[in-house]
Design a binder for this molecule. Structure first.
Ligand code: P6P
Length: 336
């Protein structure tokens, strides 16, 4: 029998879309104006547009490099540029967005700066994380982080440079075997899957919890020899303890597996990236909020939460250790 939405109505209760879920959550927040809901709506539309472009990329000849480097010094993929433009256009059309910051733009984009900026938000994102996996049909994703805008800040950086604990919402879209939208607004983690026949993200998991333990780690072991010693000691211990290793090389794909099945994801400092490779503001912070909301842990070092780091630059990088609470503890114990 087809898994059409009406079928699920018989077996799984009411049909809830991302749109109706967000509006329902808005109704629970006293004084909510709907501004954040409208921003989340624009991210949902962006995700549908990007998903379509990712799935038709090879057919429409938009795979491969765009011919320029981004602010990170990385080769931009054509779809990085396209996805970035989609998000800028959709968010730019939302009255509640004051500032946008993207991995693909060296400077933040000021959308609105009138002094009555009260009640507006800053949206930070990596438009297509893991895009180097596109030409081999690997999982790629969009990661987003939403902060309250400070209209009294001297400049855009002043409003953006808030610790991850200040995020009001965070999430990602995984363009994998299905298109999955994972979201938290600070009251747990909810997961939606795009039903292409309906064109809507359908709620499939409410209040996701990551397992407290799972004997699996996720790290690029090609860099192992340049990891600080404590990480090498952890890997020796994990391998002696029969742990399995899973690594896609696309943060959204790796973290989604950790969120659902547990384990620990790490990007340690390396010789090439002594401060770590992942970006704090629009990769580590949103993923850390999701993992903590799901009952896991997210650290930059033993005893230091990702969400407590006070950023000094919107593109700064950080080491990351995140996932099941027991598994993060095992890594931290070896780092001393
Ligand atoms: P490496 C993708 O380029 C990315 O930013 C993350 O999605 C991913 O976790 C990491 O880099 C992979 O880096 O050095 O293992 O290829």
């Amino acid at each position: 029998m087809s898994a059409d939405p009406l079928h699920t109505l018989d077996h799984a209760g009411p049909i809830v879309t991302l749109q109706s879920h967000v509006l329902q959550q808005q109704s629970l927040i006293p004084g909510a104006t709907g501004t954040l809901s409208w921003i989340l709506s624009s991210l949902s539309i962006s995700a549908k547009i990007i998903a379509n472009k990712v799935r038709c990329a090879r057919l429409q000849d938009v795979l491969g490099e765009a011919g320029a480097d981004n602010v990170q010094g990385e080769k931009q993929q054509k779809l990085d540029v396209i996805s970035n433009a989609v998000l800028l256009r959709l968010l730019g059309g939302r009255d509640g967005v004051a500032i946008v910051a993207s991995e693909e733009n060296e400077e933040p984009v000021i959308i609105r700066k009138d002094p009555s900026g009260e009640g507006r938000y800053c949206v930070l994102f990596d438009p297509l994380d893991g895009s180097s996996n596109l030409d081999v049909c690997g999982g790629v994703g969009t990661i987003f982080s939403i902060l309250r805008h400070d209209p009294h800040a001297a400049d855009a950086q002043g409003s953006l440079l808030q610790p991850g604990s200040a995020q009001v919402a965070a999430g990602y879209v995984l363009y994998g075997s299905s298109t999955v939208f994972v979201l938290t607004v600070g009251h747990g983690v909810d997961m939606f899957v795009l039903d292409p026949a309906v064109g809507a993200f359908m709620l499939v998991e409410r209040g996701l919890r990551t397992p407290a333990a799972s004997r699996s780690y996720s790290v690029n072991e090609g860099n192992r020899r340049t990891f600080p010693e404590g990480y090498q000691k952890y890997l020796d211990w994990a391998q002696d303890s029969g742990y399995s290793s899973r690594y896609v090389g696309s943060m959204v794909a790796d973290v989604h597996r950790i969120l659902l099945k547990g384990g620990v994801f790490m990007y340690p400092p390396t010789k090439k990236a002594p401060a770590g490779k992942l970006r704090l503001m629009y990769e580590a912070n949103p993923m850390a909020m999701l993992i903590e909301q799901a009952g896991g842990k997210a650290l930059v070092a033993p005893g230091r939460r990702v969400l407590d780091v006070q950023p000094t630059d919107i593109h700064e990088r950080t080491p990351v250790i995140l996932g099941s609470s027991d598994e993060v503890d095992h890594v931290a114990a070896h780092l001393g």
